[in-house]
Design a protein around this ligand. Sequence first.
Ligand code: FES
Length: 132
Amino acid sequence: MHMKHDQREIAPPTVPVTYILEDPESLTDSDKAQYTLMGSRGQNLLEIALDADINIEHACGGVCACSTCHAYINEGQGSLSEPQEDEEDRVEEAPGLQHNSRLSCQCIIEGDGPIVVQIPAWNRNAVKEVPH
Ligand code: FES
């Protein structure tokens, strides 16, 4: 499921965002583990990945109501929006919490980057699919 773009003004894509996938096959059906994409100020890290078919889990659709889009920000924290209290509360529920944990849907690009985001291997496993 792709998130729809809303009516925000999106700047030209000038901010390099590198995604490091610990378990690439579960997210992309490929074994390529690193992607460098160009993002725009005003976009969040989840939507940039989804637009490039990097299928980060996003059970709530990107409204800060789950923790499945959990990611580690390895570089470029200063180019992202500050976490709000509701994000901080949610991210604490994510498995594998680290000092650089964020919810990728809540990380809005505000600076020039570069940004390096690591997607933990358990991203897919956090939500178990019910067998049919
Ligand atoms: S997709 Fe649910 S909090 Fe980010």
